[in-house]
Design a protein around this ligand. Sequence first.
Ligand SMILES: Cc1cc2nc3c(=O)[nH]c(=O)nc-3n(C[C@H](O)[C@H](O)[C@H](O)COP(=O)(O)O)c2cc1C
Length: 384
Amino acid sequence: MTPLCRRVGIDLPVIAFSHCRDVVAAVSRGGGLGVLGAASMSPDDLEQDLAWLDRECGRSPYGVDLLFPAKSAGDDPTDLLAQIPAGHQDFVAGLRTRLGIPLRRSEPGRTRLGGMPTEIDHLMTHANAYALWEVVRAHPVRLVASALGPPPAPVRAAATKLDMLVAGLVGDPRHVRHQLAAGVDVIVAQGYEAAGHTGEITSMVLVPQVVAAAGEVPVVAAGGIATGRQVVAALALGAQAVWTGSIWLATAESDLDPVVKDKIVTAAATDTAKTTSYTGKPTRQLTTAWTQAWRQPDAPAPLASPVQQLLARDAVVSSFEHQVTPVMGSAAGQAVGLVDRVRSVASVLDDLRTGMADAVGDLTALADGDASDVGGDAAARAGD
Ligand SMILES: Cc1cc2nc3c(=O)[nH]c(=O)nc-3n(C[C@H](O)[C@H](O)[C@H](O)COP(=O)(O)O)c2cc1C
């Protein structure tokens, strides 16, 4: 196993990002590292989920992902609301009429829907990230990840005292030095194919560049990885584990809406695209009526983060509450093209292990000079 796996305490070099605690627990219990995506949660919800994970994971390690945005239009919801121009409000009002998105239900319900916080004070802001960090630090979290910028110094310092590993995500080798300066323990190299906030460089090119720039700091490969063969490829590129998101969306344990799970299993890689229409930052999402509307010539330019999130939130949440299916989507990567049915987390983990063993077997045969059956099972599947 890789040195990073030993340090984290996992026997499978697979890290799984999910907003769903059931997925996180199932991956961690299955030998990988589940990481709970907490960016848009309320501190109370996060406390409940982490208390649950502490019980469910037992001695298996788990992680938490927070967003400490390097750039943000502000923290105060009232100030942020005031930054929405009337023309943008009118465009969204017109879209709601055209797409048939009713007003939101007013009764309290889930605090997160369609990837959006239902409450205004749980936006992707620094203030919320720090409130969430206060919750995280009170739990035995093995790894905390900081997306959208290096971890702030107080977080790094506190994590060291708590024996918590700190990971930073990069989409460009030029950002590695900022992560090294911030003292991260792990760098996640996240390629263009990935779900969520992503850069312009594909994983195949990005990972070796980040490995070279990271020196002694271990690198984890993210973006487009959904099979055991790809895990082996990532290790061959110098990564010490993989960081995955899209493959867990359509697992049986995932709490994603069934309408969206169905879209994930039928989607091709080309049914995802980068858009700024949800948060104001470029994120890869399933293509929906919402993302397409923001590409039309009559659409205004999306606003800065998190003002765009504030503008989009009510319509997106309402589309889930009222099941306006053409609008319902999710952050999703090109790896959805490799997901063709709803399966349990255990079954996905089994396939990853089998695929890794097959790939290692093929490579060993290749090294031994017997390449006659190399890629045989993969080629047979492609011909199914
Ligand atoms: C629904 C969804 C939401 C995501 N949101 C975040 C996030 O809040 N923070 C983050 O660091 N990464 C986020 N990601 C990206 C994942 O952490 C991971 O880097 C990515 O999914 C890996 O690429 P893959 O989707 O091809 O497996 C998200 C991914 C998905 C699928």
